[in-house]
Design a protein around this ligand. Structure first.
Ligand SMILES: N[C@@H](CCC[C@H](N)C(=O)O)C(=O)O
Length: 300
């Protein structure tokens, strides 16, 4: 009899935003929040910012996902390290795409994948491990476009270690399928020394939580960013966050849509953000698959 607790996995990352990939070609794996937390645990498990189940779209239990099956045969079932489910993961799309290609599950240079945030287009630029992978992240929007247009900001962010007497920082909420709050750091604040260990406070409190990006402009269409991710904590990169940061900064510099490519430096590397027609945005960067193995799920 097959050992049902022996599960194959691949470890991968996109600009050091790291994931445990679990192939589930029969759609039989019962991936609950507790199992995700155990797999993502960096001491007792394999370790990762998130877990990605690689599953045929048609086998998903989620109706909105199954509806994508005609265009996108594979579903990126993404979970945060705390076990919560998220709509989208930008870096995850590239790692997922690299895995599908390496395993021969997809052979084309351009194809679509299913996510909870809708179908996303993938395009390989170049071949081999050094290929850049571009994801059409689809449509984006400011959560409160009226406020964005009027004030440039719609919320406030305060770090837990900063005295309450200090002014909170102004921020803008951007929806990339998942929620983001982008902070334009005042000149006097050093991005590198921010303490992002604790979740920053956001006002008004976002209904479904938020990922929070801290941004510093370092050149023409070039920013540096750090992020505190919903359901994870500080990570070394966040693809949807990088798009939100570039879109917000471009907006603050007077462009309602990005008019040129933006370069975004994160602690784990560098990513490219490009505005696309129809209010869509593209994210491009590397993906690496670094280890393969088998995990005994009953031992976690
Ligand atoms: N790291 C991801 C985003 C993952 C989901 C996020 N933590 C959320 O809960 O929305 C990315 O690369 O976009």
């Amino acid at each position: 009899m097959a050992d049902m607790t022996a599960q194959r996995f691949t470890k991968g990352h996109g600009t050091e935003n790291d994931f445990v990939l679990l192939p589930d070609v029969d759609g039989r794996l019962d991936l609950d929040a507790d199992l995700v937390r155990r797999l993502a645990d960096r001491r007792a498990g394999i370790g990762g910012d998130g877990v990605i189940r690689v599953v045929p779209t048609a086998s998903s239990t989620e109706k909105a996902v199954r509806a994508q099956a005609d265009r996108a045969p594979w579903f990126m079932d993404y979970r945060n390290a705390d076990g919560s489910v998220a709509e989208m993961c930008g870096n995850g799309t590239r790692v997922f795409a690299a895995y599908l290609r390496r395993e021969g599950l997809v052979r084309a240079d351009e194809f679509e994948i299913a996510t909870r945030g809708g179908t996303k287009g993938i395009r390989f630029e170049g071949r081999g491990e050094s290929a850049t992978i571009a994801t059409n992240m689809g449509p984006w929007r400011f959560l409160d476009s009226t406020k964005a247009e009027a004030d440039g900001f719609d919320s406030m962010v305060l770090l837990r270690d900063r005295p309450l007497a200090e002014d909170p920082w102004s921020a803008l909420s951007v929806d990339l399928g998942n929620p983001h709050t982008v902070v334009a750091l005042p000149e006097s604040v050093d991005l590198a020394t921010l303490d992002l260990f604790h979740a920053p406070e956001v006002r008004p409190v976002p209904t479904h939580g938020t990922n929070i990006e801290f941004v510093r402009v370092i050149g023409s269409a070039h920013i540096a960013m750090r992020v505190h991710e919903r359901g994870v904590g500080e990570t070394r990169s966040c693809g949807t966050g990088v798009c939100a940061a570039a879109l917000a900064t471009s907006f603050w510099s007077g462009h309602s849509e990005p008019t040129q490519d933006w370069t975004v430096d994160v602690p784990g590397g560098r990513l490219r953000v490009r505005g696309l027609p129809d209010h869509e945005v593209e994210l491009a960067g590397p993906a690496a698959l670094v280890a393969d193995g088998t995990v005994d799920l009953s031992a976690l």
